[in-house]
Design a protein around this ligand. Structure first.
Ligand code: FES
Length: 152
C-alpha cells in the first residue's frame, strides 16, 4: 500500500472471510488493525494496539454482546486485551479495567483506541484509512463523506 491509499476506502477482505464472533489482524499502511464481526453480524475495526502496554488486542478475545462478565451483562461487544484485560467497545472507548477497585475514581471512557470506519457491502469489507491516524490514541476517525465503490 502507498500513501495515496490514505483518506480512502481500502478493501480489507471478502465478507465471508470474517465469521460472527471472530477477529482478524491486518496491517494497512504499516498500521496494525483488528477487524471484528459481532455475534449480531456487525463489523467494526480498531487500532490493534492496547493503549496500556501496546499489546495486540487481536491476541485477546472478543466478548459478545449479552455475555456476563464479573456479574455485568455487556450491552455492546468488547475486545479484551490478553495482558491485563482492559476491554474496548466498537467505538474504541475503554469499557472496563478489571484491576480497578471500588471507590477508585477514573473516567475510563476517556481511554480510547483509534476506531476506523468500516463497511460490509457488496460481499467485501472495506476500511477507511485516514490521512494521519498515527497521532494521539485519543483521536477518532470521522466518518468519510462518501461510500466505498460498488460493482456494476
Ligand atoms: S496491555 Fe492491554 S490491558 Fe495492559
Amino acid at each position: 500500500m502507498t500513501d495515496f491509499q490514505r483518506n480512502a476506502w481500502n478493501r480489507a477482505m471478502p465478507s465471508r472471510a470474517l465469521k460472527r464472533g471472530r477477529m482478524v489482524h491486518k496491517v494497512f499502511l504499516g498500521e496494525p488493525v483488528v477487524i471484528s464481526r459481532t455475534r449480531g453480524g456487525g463489523v467494526f475495526a480498531l487500532r490493534d494496539l492496547c493503549p496500556h502496554r501496546g499489546v495486540l488486542l487481536s491476541a485477546g478475545r472478543l466478548c459478545a454482546e449479552g455475555s456476563v462478565i464479573d456479574g455485568k451483562t455487556l450491552d455492546v461487544p468488547q475486545i479484551e486485551c490478553p495482558y491485563h484485560g482492559w476491554r474496548f467497545g466498537p467505538d474504541g472507548a475503554c469499557q472496563a479495567i478489571p484491576c480497578l477497585v471500588e471507590g477508585q475514581e477514573m473516567d475510563i471512557g476517556r481511554i480510547r483506541v483509534l476506531r476506523y470506519p468500516v463497511r460490509d457491502t457488496d460481499g467485501q469489507i472495506w476500511i477507511w484509512i485516514p490521512e494521519a491516524s498515527d497521532g494521539p490514541v485519543l483521536a477518532d476517525t470521522p466518518e468519510p463523506d462518501h461510500e466505498p465503490p460498488v460493482s456494476a
